[in-house]
Design a protein around this ligand. Structure first.
Ligand code: ATP
Ligand code: MG
Ligand code: MG
Ligand code: MG
Length: 469
């Protein structure tokens, strides 16, 4: 079996040997883009190169970029544990051309790597193109020999990429792997495309136009290429498993949580183990890149992720903090590729232990309150927003943790009621400050806190998601 570490290596070697500069992953906290919470695609560190603001001593590159999609437009948090293909942290393998080669070579490289180097059966592959992109359609026929029935024209934004309202944009082409008809789901473009049978493995973006105010105004003088392939998804394909969580890396992490909790990792416990393994990676990598749990901004996203994992540890019956004990397994799996993980290991362990110790002090009581509140509810009912707020405010339950906790019973949470309770508390706090005779500066602080939200980072501007492929 080819390990995930070997697959990463093989990807970078292939592109290195075809003239690409192999570039290390950038940190998860964006270095050049304050509108983005976390790097969420391989192209993010190259944004200024694509727009021409920055030049590099190479015109083609390849990387394995750490990505987090746990907020804003690209929020895969709720999918984790429930789909075979989504993580909050994942690695995006990508090759890039900055005005160098274009469509033909991009498709040739992708096809050569997956079918020739890696030997994936071409009969299980389907490509999509943007509905007007005849050029890409013809190239898939010519280069890959795909029958027309497996080159699907998609008219939606899924196959048209843009870097915000201004800047480069263009059609994209995605490669899907068919995991077989024993898995529910339809081909791309069909009504049940969101199933897990046809899994998108690679997205090739053809930057060829320039937009101004959301309108295409001209052809780019030098078209560019941006691609992204999920390492965990291609690892599943190459390891002959359907599910990302059955690949070597995840199996090792899940074995570790099974061992420490002395629980089965399948059946009813499966989702909890998967959430824990996923969130362990996200927590570990975020801490290694300098993010610590906090009540706002990036740190709050991290706290939410940690606490969600900790609730699942509780479900598994962990009688003492669990997450920090799994860090050695994470470092063993990924430390060679990401030395920052090794360097930060003590900090990651300390941080997880402290957070879990604290959270456990209120977790039990909060869950009891939740049980009482939902005792007489039935599927389809909604938990009142003020209960969710009390859980948040008194017991430290992030909103989405409450949502996640109710999901298996088919219960929902009244989000607007929660928001209203939050707003009310802020107004009360503000009035109290005013009454205390403090100077105007505190008023300013509350204005800012209200505008930007002290608990939910809203730093995603209208351009949020620019990094998406
Ligand atoms: P999907 O439609 O499956 O959610 P996507 O279209 O949102 O994927 P892209 O933005 O095109 O994904 O990202 C490029 C590649 O990164 C995808 O083809 C996929 O292989 C991988 N990828 C995207 N999101 C995730 C995720 N949450 N977990 C693991 N891999 C992902
Ligand atoms: Mg997605
Ligand atoms: Mg997609
Ligand atoms: Mg895509």
């Amino acid at each position: 079996m080819t390990s995930t570490n070997d697959i990463r290596r093989s990807f970078l070697d292939y592109f290195g040997s075809t003239g690409h500069r192999v570039v290390p992953s950038a940190p998860l906290v964006p270095q050049n883009d304050p509108t983005l919470m976390f790097v969420n695609a391989g192209m993010v560190p190259f944004k200024n190169v694509f727009t021409g603001l920055e030049t590099r001593p190479y015109s083609t590159a390849a990387s394995s970029q750490k990505c987090v999609r746990a907020g804003g437009k690209h929020n895969d948090l709720d999918n984790v544990g429930y789909t075979a293909r989504h993580h909050t942290f994942f690695e995006m393998l990508g090759n890039f051309s900055f005005g160098d080669y274009f469509k033909e070579r991009a498709i040739t490289h992708a096809w050569t790597l997956i079918t020739k180097e890696w030997g994936i059966d071409p009969n299980r592959l389907t490509a999509t193109v943007y509905h007007t992109d005849d050029e890409a359609f013809d190239l898939w026929k010519k280069i890959a020999g795909l029958p027309e029935s497996r080159i699907i024209r998609i008219p939606t934004k899924d196959n048209f990429w843009a870097m915000g309202d201004n800047g480069p944009c263009g059609p994209c082409s995605e490669i899907f792997f068919d995991h077989g008809d024993h898995i529910p789901g339809g081909p791309p473009g069909s009504p049940d495309e969101d199933g897990d049978r046809f899994v998108e493995i690679w997205n090739l973006v053809f930057m060829q136009y320039e937009q101004e105010n959301n309108e295409i105004v001209r052809d780019l003088p030098k078209p560019s290429i941006d691609t992204g392939m999920g390492l965990e998804r291609i690892a599943a394909v190459l390891q002959g498993v359907h599910d990302n969580y059955d690949t070597d890396t995840f199996k090792a992490l899940i074995a570790s949580s099974g061992e420490f909790t002395k629980t089965e990792t399948t059946g009813a416990r499966q989702a909890s183990h998967r959430v824990i393994a996923d969130h362990l990676r996200t927590s570990g990598f975020l801490v290694a890149d300098g993010v610590l749990p906090a009540n706002e901004g990036r740190g709050y996203v991290l706290r939410r992720i940690m606490r969600r994992a900790m609730r699942h540890a509780h479900i598994l019956g962990a009688s003492e903090p669990l997450m920090h004990r799994l860090v050695p397994a994470l470092v063993a799996e990924m430390g060679a590729a990401y030395p920052e993980l090794v360097r930060a290991q003590p900090l990651i362990e300390e941080t997880l232990k402290l957070e879990e110790t604290r959270f456990r002090q209120t977790l039990d009581k909060g869950l009891r309150l939740l049980d009482e509140a939902t005792g007489s509810m039935k599927e389809g009912d909604t938990l009142p927003g003020d209960v969710a707020f009390k859980l948040y405010d008194t017991y430290g339950f992030p909103y989405d943790l409450t949502e996640d906790a109710l999901r298996s019973q088919g219960l929902e949470v009244d989000r607007s009621g929660f928001d209203a309770a939050m707003a009310e508390q802020k107004a009360a706090a503000r009035a109290a400050w005013k009454g205390s005779g403090q100077k105007a500066s505190e008023d300013v602080w509350f204005d800012i806190a209200e505008e930007f939200g002290s608990t939910e980072f809203t730093g995603y501007s209208g351009h949020e998601g620019e990094g998406q492929l």
